[in-house]
Ligand binder design. Structure first.
Ligand SMILES: [Zn+2]
Length: 282
């Protein structure tokens, strides 16, 4: 992805290098992950249940490195790209104004109204404060643990969390969550899958329109995003953890579904093509 020298977003809240009043430790880390799993993050619980595949416990005082700074700059430009693209879509396709999300950069652990956040667990969106929580260390986890390396894989993850904010702005997230509270766990998971696949579709729209605006895509970028979508599919994550995939426990969709919905958004660039809630087949 071409991003150097481009404008970064102002909507970044940098909490790195700050000690939060949260005691670290493996147990708490796992609790935080379970909470976050329900909150539009990249759900890594299958990996954590895999024993030896467990991720490193979070630390709250890790220094901010040069690599962190690079990653933060990259995230800031990517976030700015999403703001321009979604402002355009809201104005043209929806006749309303887009209010951007704030992205919280943290390192180790931090707190959110949606619960504690731990860097090893993956980024998530919290609708209660309209904020995306991201430890850029997760990009390393993606590359080393999930086989999802590449800068555009990272951009896809940022775009996916922004997509949850877009869903929140459109009232989709609130409605879906109300529904989820009223049904069985199995049905709630099925609704979650529709939310997540729509976020993947929105991410595809973003990839297309950002490229049109900024000429940002390089050869191999879309493949990086598609590979990431495959690696974080529920069936693949469960299989990586040495388990037989159990579809009724899926909350994000299979690898094939996640790739296909990203591709649908990318190929169409049209928000109406992303109606996973009316789709007969996902
Ligand atoms: Zn999500």
């Amino acid at each position: 992805m071409r991003w150097k020298g481009r404008r970064g977003s102002r909507n970044i809240e940098d909490r790195r290098g700050r000690r939060m009043g949260l005691v670290g430790g493996g147990g708490l880390g796992v609790v935080a992950i379970v909470v976050i799993g329900a909150l539009f993050g990249v759900d890594l619980t299958p990996l954590l249940q895999g024993g030896s595949a467990g991720l490193a416990p979070p630390t709250s005082s890790a220094p901010v490195t040069e690599a962190d700074e690079q990653a933060a700059e990259f995230v800031s430009v990517t976030l700015a790209d999403t703001e321009e693209v979604w402002q355009g879509i809201f104005a043209r396709q929806l006749d309303t104004r887009y209010r951007p999300a704030t992205l919280v950069l943290f390192k180790g652990v931090t707190q959110s109204p949606c619960g504690g956040a731990s860097g090893a667990t993956g980024p998530f969106y919290c609708p209660a404060d309209n904020k995306i929580y991201l430890d850029t260390q997760f990009f390393t986890t993606m590359r080393d643990r999930l086989g999802a390396g590449g800068d555009f894989a990272a951009a896809y993850v940022v775009a996916h969390e922004v997509a949850h904010h877009v869903q929140h702005e459109l009232g989709i997230l609130g409605e879906a969550n109300r529904l989820r509270r009223a049904v069985s766990e199995r049905e709630s998971n099925a609704i979650s899958v529709r939310i997540e696949l729509q976020a993947d579709c929105f991410s595809g729209i973003w990839a297309r329109l950002a490229d049109q605006k900024f000429n940002s895509l390089e050869p191999g970028d879309i493949e990086e995003a598609m590979n990431a979508a495959r690696q974080i599919g529920d069936d693949t994550l469960q299989r990586s953890a040495g388990r037989v995939p159990r579809p009724h426990t899926f909350t994000h969709g299979t690898s094939e579904q996640r790739q296909r919905w990203f591709a649908t958004g990318y190929q169409s660039g049209d928000i109406r093509e992303c109606d996973t809630f009316s789709a007969r087949t996902l």
